[in-house]
Design a protein around this ligand. Structure first.
Ligand SMILES: NC(=O)c1ccc[n+]([C@@H]2O[C@H](COP(=O)([O-])OP(=O)(O)OC[C@H]3O[C@@H](n4cnc5c(N)ncnc54)[C@H](O)[C@@H]3O)[C@@H](O)[C@H]2O)c1
Length: 427
């Protein structure tokens, strides 16, 4: 094991973690609609984030139980359950027959009588899992990114429409959208505090992440699934899997207007061992907006380098800073301002708002937002991999499907080579 994923995330939470969070306040109308009903939660993907999401779901509402788990690796259940049982005791009601294992485990979980499904597998699986959950009438918490390629995004957009028709809540794991200091600073930008937005500089420069050395008996597929974040078809590359947060905030600063094109560069300079699959270790992308504004994105996963995780927005009347590592949120220029409100645990707020929406029968649908955020990152990857300028329309219409139609441990892994700008074609 190398640097753990927690260490990577520390970059994001360094200051937040040391800030005392206030008690969670559940809105007064939270138990209005379906108030007496026990809501049964099922978790698909019982790793680090999924276990965290289940913890938050159980805390978000008095009358919620964890009903079922699904994963392809059964040993994940025990670690996941141990932490949850310690904190939530009787709210954890996962019997042995509701620990579903395998590539169809998500469907069996959906069919097991759950009301809410938490989706936290590697993103390649998300479009299919989400479609199944919404089709079956379940409310969903859906981790980012929501897909790894344009066909996946188009599928999620269709599913999001269906969720709307069925009055189901679909809450996204773009967690900064639930962070009060970010809501405040991007709110200021959107209200015009820095004038017209001219440029947005955003970063996700971090160190490496974990990896699992190959064990005897693993097929190539099992090896890739255990090391999923190093395979573009499973994770989308780190610009899609991690740095997507900064791109989503770039979009927020632009009032969620979409860029017309992207051009950029990237490569695999330090992390070149085959253990690290075929993803890049750095990206630099420029996003061009119709009004002339530009978004400049830098992301890097390299050890012993300067770290940074921020979005700095420059406008005609000033500039605004949203620094995730240092928890700084301020505006300078004509309308100076600094966040001085109450800090919140954004991961908890995601679930508080999800469950409150279910109770009050006022569904939240983050579908389009989470597709656009993910697509910005996919578009950046396309520009860096091919070396070409890619328009939003080209990216959205792309027919490049990165993974196989379905997967099991014996499925042949897709033949994907490390991209070579100027040679890698755009589909
Ligand atoms: N919003 C955030 O801040 C944040 C933080 C961390 C991770 N994430 C996202 O959450 C997702 C999971 O990340 P993680 O760090 O928890 O990874 P992880 O490897 O710790 O967990 C993924 C789990 O999914 C399981 N899994 C894989 N394929 C599956 C399938 N087909 N069906 C069921 N289970 C399957 C794995 O065995 C594993 O237990 C990723 O999309 C990641 O980008 C979001």
């Amino acid at each position: 094991m190398q640097t753990s994923r927690r260490d990577v995330l520390k970059l994001a939470g360094a200051t937040l973690a040391s800030t005392a969070f206030p008690a969670i306040i559940i809105p007064n109308n939270a138990f209005a609609g379906r108030n007496a009903e026990t809501l049964k939660v099922g978790l698909v993907g019982c790793g680090g984030r999924g276990s965290g999401a289940a913890m938050q779901a159980l805390k978000a509402d008095k009358n919620v139980v964890l009903h079922a788990l699904a994963d392809i690796f059964p040993e994940r259940f025990e670690t996941c359950l141990a932490g949850l049982q310690k904190v939530h005791g009787d709210k954890v009601q996962v019997s042995e027959e509701r620990k579903f294992v395998g590539f169809d485990a998500y469907q069996r979980l959906i069919d097991s009588g759950v009301d809410v499904v938490l989706l936290a597998t590697p993103p390649y699986f998300r479009p299919v899992h989400l479609a199944a959950a919404i089709k079956a009438g379940k409310h969903v918490f859906c981790e980012k990114p929501v897909a790894v390629d344009a066909p996946g995004i188009r599928s999620v957009l269709e599913t999001a429409k269906l969720a709307k028709e069925k009055n189901l809540s679909l809450v996204s794991g773009f967690c900064w959208r639930f962070h009060e200091p970010k809501r405040a600073v991007f709110g200021k930008i959107n209200e015009g505090a820095i004038g017209d937005v001219m440029a947005i500089y955003n970063t996700y420069n971090t160190n490496g992440a974990w990896s699992f050395p190959r064990q005897p008996g693993w097929t190539d597929m099992e090896f890739q699934l255990r090391n999923w974040m190093y395979y573009t078809w499973l994770a989308g590359d780190h610009i899609v899997e991690q740095a997507v947060h900064s791109l989503d905030m770039m979009s927020w600063a632009m009032g969620d207007v979409l860029p017309v094109s992207a051009i950029g560069t990237g490569g695999r300079q330090v992390r070149v061992d085959p253990l690290y699959g075929h993803i890049f270790d750095h990206f630099a992308i420029t996003y061009n907006y119709a009004n002339g504004a530009k978004g400049f994105h830098f992301s890097r996963q390299q050890e012993n380098c300067e770290r940074s995780y921020l979005v700095e927005t420059f406008g005609t009347k000033g500039r605004a800073m949203a620094d995730c590592s240092r928890n700084v949120h301020k505006v300078e220029g004509a309308n100076p301002w600094q966040f001085s409100g109450v800090q919140n645990d954004m991961y908890q707020t995601e679930h508080n708002e999800l469950f409150a929406s279910i109770r009050s029968s006022t569904p939240i649908n983050n579908g389009e937002l989470m597709c656009n955020g993910t697509m910005l990152a996919i578009m950046g990857r396309m520009a860096a991999y091919t070396g070409k300028q890619i328009t939003w329309q080209e990216a959205m219409n792309s027919n490049e499907k990165l993974g196989p139609e379905s997967v099991n441990f014996d499925t042949l892994t897709p033949k994907i080579e490390v991209a070579r700008p100027g040679f890698t074609p755009f589909f």
